[in-house]
Design a protein around this ligand. Structure first.
Ligand SMILES: Cc1cc2nc3c(=O)[nH]c(=O)nc-3n(C[C@H](O)[C@H](O)[C@H](O)COP(=O)(O)O)c2cc1C
Length: 354
């Protein structure tokens, strides 16, 4: 029996309208990306991982990761860290910022993170991992979830032992990216392990890894019986792929549509990050958007050289003149930023809490 990607499901009371989840991606999943994800059929969107220590030290840039707009919900904000108390504090802040779900990163393989005991390192320390989940679940009213890898070393299946224990400690859902941390992004995601995890826990499981098409999404759901699939790399600069996965219709965007989405994304990124940071942040997106044979290669290289986002926008309008009215329409449809929660605008009392 074929499953439907349009079926709603829920994580302990948080309704998720489709079975597509937009992945947390460091350096990618800013608010602009998440809002676009919701417009293009993702039922749940997730922030990039936010450092619990950064929240604890009131780091200005870390707070920037906690901007939540009205049209993002349902939204999970992901935190990372290995100190139960700091993670609980961070979770409280994330809840105040407006997250519907607090997700914890137990899968990051990057040394900068694992050497602090966080990310995938927690898969090696089940006692501490459970204490972290227990502390975070006790700190907030919203559901808490965990994203894991298979384990640290190649061949590890630690997630199958750890998963049920995390649920016992309070996790309301689990996401599995079935590669080892050692594998990074090489090889293939082994969704046979995701299927085993689904059998072992009585909470929803989200299957992450190599979902780039509707066929693959349906095949993974069928193989694993997971509640939803997560899309990461397949969604980079390609919101149309997400819509295709979610709705099944083939969306081959015109040049104008590509340019218009990119212009809106650029402007939203500048509003969120400021011009200076946005210039560098956006460079990778030009390749992602303009590739797929949509624009000639030299054009992308030209954009990367430009020093201001305004120049990039001007070049995009020159290359796709019909994009301007599309941008106007898209911007008129976007809710204003008035309902956005900014932590630095909140009363100082919310920064307390231990
Ligand atoms: C650039 C990039 C950044 C990522 N950052 C995070 C992160 O912050 N937190 C996390 O849990 N996973 C992160 N991931 C892993 C993805 O969420 C996802 O599990 C993985 O890429 C497999 O899915 P895919 O095959 O659809 O890309 C990242 C992946 C990429 C490519």
């Amino acid at each position: 029996m074929r499953v439907s990607l349009q079926e709603p499901w829920s994580i302990r009371g948080v309704e998720v309208p489709t079975r597509i989840v937009l992945a947390p991606m460091a350096g990618v999943s800013i608010q602009a990306f998440r809002r676009q994800g919701r417009r293009f059929g993702a039922g749940l969107v997730c922030s990039e991982m936010v450092s619990a220590a950064g929240i604890e030290h009131r780091n200005e840039r870390t707070f920037g990761y906690l901007r939540v707009a009205g049209d993002e919900h349902p939204l999970a904000i992901q935190i990372f860290g290995a100190d139960p108390r700091a993670m609980a504090d961070a979770a409280r802040m994330v809840e105040v910022a407006g997250a519907d779900i607090v997700d914890m990163n137990f899968g990051c393989p990057v040394r900068k993170v694992t050497k602090t005991g966080a990310g995938a390192h927690l898969m090696e320390d089940p006692e501490l991992a459970c204490r972290v989940v227990d502390a975070v679940a006790a700190a907030v009213k919203v559901p808490v979830t965990v994203k894991m890898r298979l384990g640290v070393a190649n061949g590890s299946r630690t997630c199958l032992e750890l998963g049920p224990r995390l649920v016992e400690a309070g996790a309301a859902a689990l996401t599995l990216h079935p590669r080892s941390a050692q594998q990074m992004y090489t090889g293939e995601a082994d969704h046979s392990v995701t299927a085993e995890l689904v059998e072992r826990v009585d909470v929803p499981v989200i299957a992450s890894g190599d979902v780039t098409s509707r066929e693959k999404a349906l095949a993974v759901l069928e193989q694993t019986r997971a509640a939803a699939v997560m899309v990461a790399r397949g969604a980079q600069g390609n919101p149309w792929a997400r819509r295709e996965i979610a709705e099944g219709e083939s969306f081959k965007p015109t040049r104008e549509e590509v340019a218009a989405e990119l212009v809106v994304f650029i402007r939203e990124a500048v509003r969120e990050l400021g011009e200076q940071r946005a210039v560098g942040f956006l460079k990778k997106f030009y390749g992602w958007y303009l590739g797929h044979g949509r624009f000639p290669k030299p054009f992308k290289q030209e954009l990367v050289q430009l020093e201001t986002t305004e120049e990039v926008v001007t070049r995009l309008f020159a290359a796709a003149p019909g994009a301007a009215p599309l941008v106007e329409r898209l911007e008129a449809e976007l809710p204003t930023a008035e309902d956005e929660v900014l932590l630095d605008a909140l009363p100082i009392s919310v920064y307390g809490g231990g």
